[in-house]
Design a protein around this ligand. Structure first.
Ligand SMILES: Cc1cc2nc3c(=O)[nH]c(=O)nc-3n(C[C@H](O)[C@H](O)[C@H](O)COP(=O)(O)OP(=O)(O)OC[C@H]3O[C@@H](n4cnc5c(N)ncnc54)[C@H](O)[C@@H]3O)c2cc1C
Length: 325
């Protein structure tokens, strides 16, 4: 493990100033459940690590006029245990509870979850210099790709591993990005960009920017939302495929709907073609199958991951069953 300096800012402004001024490579640390692994294994290197844990005002879940404000430093366990989340956003609670283990949820934060790095075994191997680490090849493309992307993998086939991101995007969440130049608000969906934009990262966060909070809009009348996570193992695991489905249900049909999948693409993946099929039609499992078929026309499975197409169909069927139960 390479040496690094650690900075312990005490205000949000100090964080912004440190990130703006640092000449060396910097990394933010929140709970550290992902970053420390990366630093120890040598997959990531930082000369300066900026610790967010001593910064007041970045943690907590608060009701606001426009919805629910979740600080980036809110621990996953506190999100899952919040009574307002349970009442108004059950899919978010489900996603939080599905994530990792109780120990990791006790330490891991919402911001860290949304900005975590991929689990691709080639990326995580410190000996392998793949495209994501500045090399020229994606070794998954012709190598072992059972857990890789079936959508959006232009030259890099990682999948984005977050459980919270699909659930929050389906609920229409926005994020506040802090920096020395002031705050900026954008849809969470727009935080992510695939390998065609910049293969070395998964978000559009620029140098000096960091996540301050997430705002989930107040639930609409008739809103229904579910999170389905399909895993390989019964115990803790990342999603092979997950699906977050949210929308307004009226007379047995969605009037508006958002379908966002995890585990299938380098970023949380919106299935707009599935949304078009599901919108305005009486919800049945047969409709879910048609929706999956429409979305999967855009899929390009690799040698070992064609099974994920079936899991997308299964996840949409399960979501429709849960919504109509
Ligand atoms: C065994 C194991 C199982 C796991 N299972 C799951 C799972 O099932 N589902 C899942 O979604 N995740 C899983 N994770 C991933 C991860 O540990 C959690 O998602 C956790 O919530 C990450 O939060 P953290 O605060 O520990 O992040 P950290 O490790 O502190 O940070 C993660 C990344 O985000 C960046 N970052 C942190 N905070 C900010 C911020 N405010 N602004 C900008 N960048 C920031 C860091 O620089 C770093 O690159 C698992 C991890 C392990 C080790």
């Amino acid at each position: 493990m390479r040496d690094f300096k650690i900075a312990e800012p005490r205000t949000v402004d100090e964080v912004a100033a440190l990130l703006a001024e640092a000449a060396e490579t910097t990394a933010l640390i929140a709970g550290g459940t992902d970053l420390l692994d990366e630093l120890k294994s040598g997959v990531a290197a930082a000369a300066l690590v900026v610790d967010l844990r001593g910064v007041p005002g970045l943690a907590g879940v608060a009701r606001e006029k426009d919805g629910l404000r979740i600080g980036a430093m809110t621990r996953v366990v506190d999100l899952a245990g919040d009574s307002g989340v349970a009442r108004d956003y059950p899919s978010l609670k489900e996603a939080a509870l599905s994530l990792a283990t109780p120990q990791l949820r006790n330490v891991g934060t919402v911001g860290g979850n949304l900005c975590q790095r991929p689990r691709c075994w080639y990326y995580r191997d410190p000996e392998v210099v793949c495209r994501k680490k500045g090399g020229v090849n994606c070794y998954a493309y012709q190598g072992r790709n059972k857990y890789h992307a079936i959508f959006g993998g232009s030259g890099c086939f990682i999948v984005f591993p977050s459980d919270l991101a699909p659930a929050l995007i389906s609920l229409g969440a926005t994020v506040t990005i802090g920096s020395a130049r002031g705050d900026k608000v954008m849809p969470l969906e727009a935080l992510y960009a695939g390998p065609a934009v910049d293969v070395t990262r998964e978000t559009v966060l620029a140098k000096g920017q960091f996540l301050k909070s997430v705002l989930v809009p107040a639930p609409k009348a008739g809103q229904k939302a579910v999170y389905v996570k399909i895993k390989e193992r019964g115990t803790w695991d990342f999603a092979l495929v997950s699906a977050a489905v949210a929308g307004v249900l009226k007379d047995g049909a969605f009037t508006d709907i958002s379908v966002v999948c995890g585990g299938v693409a380098p970023i949380p993946w919106r299935l707009k073609k599935a949304e078009d099929v599901l919108r305005g039609q009486p919800l049945t499992e047969a409709l879910a199958v048609k929706a999956a078929e429409a979305a999967l026309k855009d899929a390009s499975p690799l040698r070992e991951n064609g099974y994920k197409a079936d899991l997308v169909t299964a996840a949409l069927k399960q979501a429709v069953r849960a919504v109509t139960a």
